[in-house]
Write a protein that binds this ligand. Structure first.
Ligand code: S3P
Length: 187
């Protein structure tokens, strides 16, 4: 689990991980509202910094460049901020440095979804996800399950099949409040 930094649970950033298109941004925004916290979407931050879309960054600067910027931003957010809700891009957590920073400073929620449910969303997201470009359905399925192994290193998991974002956000908020009460009561 990496080094444990002694940040009180109530102050820890809450990080949402999971496959592309699972709803990390939508759900993250709702969780932030419910907990009166700021929301940070890592991809949107990178787009703002570069005045470019993610597909354009991939195309013009390359994936390696994107991964470096992504990693540095996440490590910075984990190390230097508290009380935020942060949603990561689906590939970010594959980098070990990102995993370590998240697990040692934040509370990591995995938004899980079955392959059957996710497959139905593919047509909606494929156009602005460079990682999915020119891949067969079989290749995408392989990627889905490879990544699922990495996402399985988390603090808490929420199954999002057929649930609406509001219900999922409520589940996350309840789970967080429960964790706060149980592990650090009366604060
Ligand atoms: C990526 C996921 C995207 C974005 C980029 C790469 C990935 O974010 O960071 O296109 O490798 O899975 P979402 O998970 O928000 O789609």
């Amino acid at each position: 689990m990496g080094t444990y930094y002694n940040i009180p649970l109530r102050e820890r950033n809450i990080v949402l991980i999971g496959f592309m298109g699972v709803g990390k941004t939508t759900i993250g925004q709702l969780v932030a509202k419910k907990l009166y916290r700021d929301f940070i979407d890592v991809d949107q931050e990178i787009e703002k910094q570069h005045h470019m879309s993610i597909p354009a960054i991939f195309e013009q600067m390359g994936e390696d460049y994107f991964r470096k910027v992504e990693r540095e931003l996440i490590v910075d957010l984990c190390t230097n901020t508290r009380l935020k809700i942060i949603s990561l891009g689906g590939g970010a957590y594959l980098q070990e440095e990102v995993r370590k920073a998240c697990l040692s400073h934040c509370i990591v929620f995995f938004l899980d979804l079955s392959w059957e449910c996710w497959k139905e969303r593919l047509p909606l997201i494929v156009d602005n996800r460079p990682v999915l470009k020119n891949k067969t359905l079989e290749e995408v399925e392989q990627l889905f399950f490879q990544r699922r192994n990495v996402y399985s290193i988390h603090n808490s998991r929420v199954l999002t099949n057929n649930l609406d974002p509001e219900a999922i956000a409520n589940e996350i908020v309840e789970s967080i409040k429960w964790t706060w009460e149980v592990y650090e009561p009366n604060e």
